[in-house]
Design a protein around this ligand. Structure first.
Ligand code: C2E
Ligand code: CA
Ligand code: CA
Length: 581
């Protein structure tokens, strides 16, 4: 931290010395330049000019009272009448006792009498005045976070801002540090241990800043730290120091610390934006397993611009029906031959400029920006209408599953909306399936259990999507009301080459069995995967092996074919020569 009894070496403040006598200017300049950058003026008029030029950066003015052209009293008055300029502390230089009292009354911070004292005394009084004024500017809120002793958010930004103004030439880095799923530390080891971990991290950050020589840090919120330091090219050591500190209370591998860095050589964007970008770099590690850091780069910048475009285009896209719902078939493989049993509705964006945009590029973005609810409701409506249309065209009801975002779970009207929707389309809620990703359950298990219960009692079937990618425990699963487990695709990908993944699949199938619900495997691409899954006892399969997500028109043909097959199968069965497919 930068609070100390002396100004920081790497943090030189700017001081203006105003005196008409050259020898006085030289002498003060010599003393002060040891710790400050010094500029000069030889009369009141020049002084005001200098103040105008450097007002953002000036930390203090040393002002002689008796000068030609415009004297010190007039300068003092002029500065005092200006809202901004009166924030710059002024020390009066004088040899007249009576003038001292008067200048203090006029708002001067202090005075130095001529002939001057020892250099140390001058430096101490100068520093004292600067500190007093700086503190007064930022004292409103509490300066320090009670737990870690680091600056609070407001104080941090105020200080960083001052730092920038005084040192526009220094290249600074904005850093955001964050724990991955810190709530788990609290849950597993208790809050007081969690507090201890946070304060140890703060110690680590302080240590790094000490080594770098200058910088400030803040606990921005619960488990997020903001650090502002002089630019460096490598952050590996920074992280190592913090982790070393942390290893005093916790095994390092158990901890997932992420750090995002934004280098700004030119200070081209505001402080807030710089930290926003550091935050983005930090977020880019969201799915990374271990500890690490990321630097905001051109690629991230381009992504940011791209994301901004997607957000901007959302309304038009929705109005112009650029969002298309595709359907991917699911097959029940329990019998002799696979039987089309339902479809998953998947969104796809046909952007007029970018072409097809994959959901992974916009779903998380829309979740973060409050748009997902509108998009999902659009998909839900399309899917419900589709069930109705196929029923009227083909005379069969094909159940469809839709994806429910983690954000939708917080929508208090979700059940009413869906109930109304199926009613409007004359479909049984039993044929309307809801896929909710496993990690939504771990994010807020209480809320989701309540919502899922409500949805199920309204007749909907709920499938847990991406099962195996999150952290659900067997305990939680048994308390959870669900109708199907959908295996995470990552397991399927490797079952053919890695028998460990096949073991995982078998385990998940056992869990499904134990819960009495069917297991669905998605992302099945090859014959080999299909055979392995069938042998392991998987119930339903979805994947390129059967079909990619396709348009409703193409899907119509699948339904027609399935109907014919079923018809054929029945006829064959009657004739006693049922064939395998
Ligand atoms: P998901 O729910 O796990 O959907 C399955 C994804 O796997 C889909 O990707 C699908 O096209 C893809 N897939 C299917 N079979 C195969 C295969 O054999 N191999 C491979 N490599 N991939 C396969 P898609 O359409 O890109 O969707 C990605 C994710 O976006 C979805 O993952 C889901 O989480 C989300 N999403 C899609 N549509 C919606 C929606 O309408 N609402 C919400 N909230 N999320 C959606
Ligand atoms: Ca899904
Ligand atoms: Ca999935």
């Amino acid at each position: 931290m930068i609070i100390s009894t002396k100004p920081d070496k790497n943090y030189r403040r700017l001081v203006l010395v105003v005196d008409d006598e050259e020898v006085n200017r030289q002498m003060l300049g010599m003393i002060l330049s040891e710790q400050y950058d010094v500029i000069y003026a030889s009369n009141g008029r020049e002084a005001l000019k200098q103040v105008g030029l450097h007002k953002e950066m000036l930390s203090l003015i040393l002002l002689d009272l008796l000068m030609p052209e415009m004297d010190g009293t007039e300068v003092l008055q002029t500065l005092h009448e200006d809202q901004d300029l009166k924030k710059i502390p002024i020390i009066i230089l004088t040899s007249e006792k009576s003038a001292e009292i008067q200048s203090l009354q006029m708002g001067a911070a202090d005075f130095l009498s001529k002939p001057y004292d020892m250099p140390e005394v001058i430096l101490a009084r100068v520093w004292h005045s600067i500190k007093m004024f700086e503190d007064a500017n930022i004292i409103q809120a509490t300066e320090n976070d009670a737990l870690t002793g680091l600056y609070t958010r407001e104080f941090f930004f105020e200080y960083a801002h001052q730092y920038d103004q005084r040192h526009p030439e220094l290249a600074m880095d904005a850093i955001v540090m964050n724990f991955n799923r810190f709530h788990l530390v609290n849950e597993l080891y208790g809050r007081s241990f969690g507090d201890r971990v946070l304060s140890i991290i703060a110690d680590g950050i302080r240590k790094v800043i000490g080594e770098i020589g200058s910088g400030i840090a803040s606990r921005y919120d619960a488990d997020t730290f903001f650090v502002y330091v002089a630019h460096r090219s490598n952050y590996g050591k920074f992280l190592d120091t913090v982790l070393e500190q942390l290893s005093k209370v916790m095994k390092a591998p158990a901890v997932r610390l992420r750090m995002g860095v934004y280098h700004d050589i030119y200070r081209s964007v505001s402080l807030l934006e710089r930290f926003g970008r550091a935050q983005q770099a930090c977020n880019s590690l969201r799915n990374q397993i271990g500890t690490g850091f990321a630097v905001y780069d051109m690629e991230m910048h381009e992504r940011e611009v791209y994301s901004a475009r997607l957000l901007e285009d959302f309304d038009t896209a929705l109005a112009q029906k650029q969002f298309k719902v595709l359907y991917q078939p699911k097959y029940n493989i329990k019998g002799d031959s696979p039987r089309l049993c339902s479809a998953e509705a998947l969104i796809s964006w046909q952007h007029p400029e970018f072409g097809r945009v994959r959901p992974d590029a916009f779903i998380p973005l829309f979740e973060d920006n409050g748009l997902i609810q509108r998009l999902d409701r659009y998909v839900w409506k399309e899917a419900a209408e589709q069930i109705r249309v196929w029923k009227s065209v083909y005379g069969v009801t094909l159940p469809i599953s839709v994806n429910v975002s983690r954000v939708d779970v917080y929508d208090p009207d979700i059940t009413e909306f869906l109930v109304e929707l199926v009613k409007e389309n004359g479909i049984d809620p039993n044929d309307y399936l809801l896929e909710i990703t496993e990690s939504a359950y771990t994010d807020n298990s209480r809320q989701i259990v309540d919502v899922v219960k409500k949805l199920r009692s309204a007749g909907f079937k709920v499938e847990m999507d991406d099962f195996g990618s999150g952290y659900s425990s067997l305990n939680m699963l048994t308390a959870l009301p669900i109708d199907a487990l959908k295996l995470d695709m990552a397991f399927i990908r490797n079952i053919s080459i890695d028998s460990r993944d096949l073991k995982m699949v078998e385990l998940v199938l056992e869990i499904a069995d134990f819960l009495g619900v069917p297991a669905i495997a998605e992302g099945v691409e090859t014959e080999e995967q299909y055979e392995l899954l069938k042998k392991a006892g998987c119930d339903v399969i979805q994947g390129y092996y059967f079909s990619r997500p396709i348009t409703r028109e193409e899907f119509g043909k699948l339904i027609l074919k399935a109907k014919e097959d079923a018809h054929g199968m029945m006829r064959d069965a009657v004739e006693g020569k049922r064939m395998k497919r």
